[in-house]
Write a protein that binds this ligand. Structure first.
Ligand code: XBP
Ligand code: MG
Length: 257
C-alpha cells in the first residue's frame, strides 16, 4: 500500500534522449555546424558521437575530444574561454534547429505531461544541457506556455558537477522541497540513471537511440518508450509486474509501492 508520505508528488524528467531523441540529429549536428563556423576540420560522425556521449555536458565533451583526438589544441592560451565561445555558437545552432520543429517529442511524452498536470502532480526537469536548449525544445514541441508548466527546471551549469553526479537531481529535489521517495525520475541513459540513483530516486528508463545497450541495473523498469494506448511500449526489464502497456499516472504511482 502506498502511504501518504510516499504518494507520488512529482515527476523529474531528463531532456536529451528522454523527452526527445535530440542527440544524433540535434546536438551532434549543432556541434558540427559550430566547428565549421570556427574553421575547424572536426567532424563528429554518428559512431564517434556515441563514444563522446559518455562525457555529459557539451563543453566537457569538447574538452574530452580535444584531449583524446586533437591534443595540439591544448596549447591554446585561452582554451577555456575558447571552448565556452565555441559551445555558445553550438547552442545557437541547436536553438535554430529546434525552431524548425525537426525533432518531435518521443511517444507518450506529451500525453503523460498533460495527464500529470491534470492530476496536480508537480513536473520538473533535471538535465545536463543548457536552459536555452530546454526552452527551445519545449517551445517547439509543446508551445511557449509549457515552460511554465514545470515547477523546477535544473539545467546546465546550475550545479558544478554534471551527471553521473547526483547534484542536478539533488538540486531539483531541494527546490521542490520533496524527498526522493515522493518522486520518480525518467531517464534514458546510464549516466542519467547513476545520477538519479545516487540521489535515491526511483528511476524509470525509456531507452533511446544511443543508449539501448547500456547497463540499467537499479532502474525500477526499462521500457522502449512511454507508450501510447494505441502504441504500447515494449518491456525490456522490470522489477515489478507491469499491468499496463503505456505509462500514465496510475502506472507511475504503482512503481512507488
Ligand atoms: C545530455 C548531455 C548534453 C547534450 C548536449 O545528457 O550530455 O551535454 O548532449 O547539450 P542528459 P549541451 O540527457 O543526461 O542530460 O551542449 O548543452 O551540454
Ligand atoms: Mg538523457
Amino acid at each position: 500500500m502506498t502511504n501518504t508520505q510516499n504518494k507520488l508528488q512529482a515527476v523529474l524528467f531528463d531532456v536529451d534522449g528522454t523527452l526527445a531523441d535530440t542527440e544524433q540529429d540535434g546536438h551532434r549536428l549543432a556541434f558540427n555546424a559550430a566547428f565549421k563556423q570556427f574553421n575547424l576540420n572536426w567532424n563528429w560522425d554518428i559512431d564517434l558521437y556515441s563514444e563522446l556521449l559518455q562525457v555529459t555536458g557539451g563543453k566537457e565533451r569538447i574538452r574530452y575530444y580535444i584531449e583524446r583526438y586533437v591534443p595540439a589544441t591544448l596549447n591554446k592560451s585561452d582554451l577555456t574561454d575558447w571552448i565556452i565561445s565555441l559551445h555558445k555558437t553550438k547552442t545557437k545552432y541547436f536553438e535554430s534547429l529546434m525552431e524548425t520543429g525537426s525533432i518531435p517529442l518521443r511517444p507518450g511524452v506529451a500525453r503523460l505531461i498533460h495527464e500529470l498536470r491534470q492530476e496536480k502532480i508537480k513536473l520538473a526537469i533535471a538535465t545536463t544541457t543548457t536552459m536555452e536548449n530546454v526552452t527551445a525544445l519545449l517551445k517547439s514541441t509543446l508551445g511557449e506556455e509549457s515552460i511554465g508548466w514545470f515547477d523546477v527546471i535544473g539545467a546546465g551549469d546550475i550545479v558544478p558537477m554534471k551527471k553521473p553526479a547526483p547534484d542536478i537531481y539533488q538540486w531539483v529535489l531541494d527546490q521542490l522541497k520533496l524527498t526522493a521517495q515522493q518522486c520518480i525520475a525518467i531517464e534514458d541513459s546510464e549516466n542519467g540513471l547513476k545520477s538519479a540513483l545516487a540521489a535515491n530516486l526511483p528511476t524509470l528508463i525509456t531507452v533511446s537511440g544511443y543508449t539501448r545497450l547500456q547497463d540499467f541495473n537499479g532502474a525500477v523498469a526499462v521500457l522502449s518508450d512511454l507508450g501510447e494506448p494505441f502504441q504500447p511500449f515494449t518491456q525490456i526489464k522490470s522489477m515489478t509486474t507491469l499491468d499496463k502497456e503505456w505509462v500514465d499516472y496510475r502506472f507511475l504511482s504503482g512503481l512507488l509501492r
